[in-house]
Write a new protein. Structure first.
Length: 395
């Protein structure tokens, strides 16, 4: 079988494979790019694996960077683009359940594929698109089945993050876990405590945004993975409720985390910090989570919409639409758009204008500006400099 390699990412990288082959070595596109091409999904980047050892790769290409040479990875620079080329390798014991104690370079593609997580990710493609499938990945793709390469117990014991990747792929691709792989999840769930929160969060976030998050979350709960995730150990009921929400796909991180927090009803900032999420996302989500119940009960006023801000309003509207079937999201979008101002900087009256009119700088001036802003947001005064200045001086 051959895969279509006409996507620009493949086309641009094919000369790299051909150069390696011309030098007498094997080279393949591997991993997710091959899987996604076969599934007709977007291709974001390509991974290249080769039988050439790092030193040999550096002899083939004039411009290279040792990005991870101890693990077999050399970046080849070609026409301003960098391509990571990794030598086939085997890995020894994994004492920390994440990183191998030792990496050994090999010439065999099959040996390299054996260390990969799932059969659908253990596919390789030549420069002409010919697929090399040593572990039944093509059949599993056709069956929409997620199966560990070789022994599932071994794969999860080598790298415990693969358990979160399993439930993430189940959600992201809409695949079903193969029975032995599902059993191995439950058997090895406690190993997840050895994995950094940031890595777990990256997989969990993608699970939340998948096309079948219900399946992914259900497998996560069945295996008990939630017990080793921040602030989820006692949230089985909430997670099950979240899994039962309308099945349509969540559009972005802010909406996904906002909806989850709205269902779990836990402190937003503490929850997001426990998951070590970025400060800007934490701010957006915490404001959105506060706004959601006001939207659902139609109690949100202009002040609440203004305080939340555009990004948080958008996330809150999306979350509310999952919680209330007849929620008028477009109506709330129009109401936010119709606010007289959307940020403090849009207020026609400035502190300088007040000082030019004789008001002294200080806390009192700030309070006057805040009152004028509140009046404009509420529609009590127009956002007109002269009208606001006259009202401010009359205070």
């Amino acid at each position: 079988m051959r895969v279509d390699l006409t996507h620009p990412e493949f086309v641009a990288a094919i000369p790299i494979l051909r150069r390696i082959e011309e030098a007498g070595y094997e080279a393949y596109f591997v991993g997710g790019c091959v899987r996604d091409a076969l599934l007709g999904l977007p291709i974001h980047d390509v991974d290249i694996a080769t039988s050439a050892y790092p030193g040999e790769v550096k002899q083939i290409f004039r411009r290279t960077v040792d990005t991870g040479i101890q693990h077999g990875t050399v970046m080849v620079l070609d026409h301003g683009t960098g391509y990571e080329v990794t030598t086939f390798r085997t890995e020894s014991t994994y004492q920390d359940f994440r990183r191998p104690d030792k990496v050994t370079f090999v010439r065999s593609l099959k040996e390299d594929q054996l260390r990969r997580d799932f059969t659908i990710n253990a596919l390789a493609a030549r420069h002409d698109g010919l697929i090399i499938d040593n572990f039944g990945g093509l059949a599993d793709l056709d069956a929409h089945l997620l199966r560990a390469v070789g022994n599932a117990q071994d794969r999860f014991h080598e790298d415990a993050l693969r358990m979160m990747r399993a439930v993430r792929f189940e959600s992201q691709l809409g695949f079903t876990l193969e029975d032995a792989t599902a059993r191995a999840l439950a058997d090895n769930a406690p190993l997840l405590k050895h994995i950094a929160v940031e890595r777990i969060a990256a997989e969990f976030s993608r699970l939340l945004k998948g096309i079948n998050r219900t399946a992914g979350l259900s497998s996560m709960l069945t295996a008990g993975l939630d017990k080793y995730c921040p602030m989820l150990a006692d949230q089985e009921t909430g997670l099950a409720k979240f899994a039962d929400l309308p099945a349509r796909q969540l559009p972005d991180d802010a909406s996904a985390w906002t909806l989850l927090l709205s269902v779990l009803a836990v402190p937003a900032v503490r929850f997001m910090k426990a998951w070590k999420q970025p400060n800007d996302l934490t701010g957006i989500v915490s404001r959105a989570a506060k706004l959601v119940p006001e939207l659902v009960t139609a109690r949100a006023d202009n002040a609440a919409l203004f305080a939340a801000g555009a990004d948080s309003v958008a996330a809150a509207i999306t979350a509310a639409s999952y919680l209330q079937p007849d929620f008028d999201g477009q109506g709330w979008e129009k109401r936010y758009a119709a606010l007289p101002i959307h940020s403090a900087g849009e207020l026609a009256l400035t502190g300088q204008a007040l000082m030019d009119a004789g008001m002294k700088p200080g806390p009192a001036l700030g309070k006057i500006l805040a009152k004028m802003r509140t009046a404009v947001i509420a529609g009590e005064l127009p956002n007109d400099k002269q009208v606001l200045l006259q009202a401010a001086l009359a205070k």
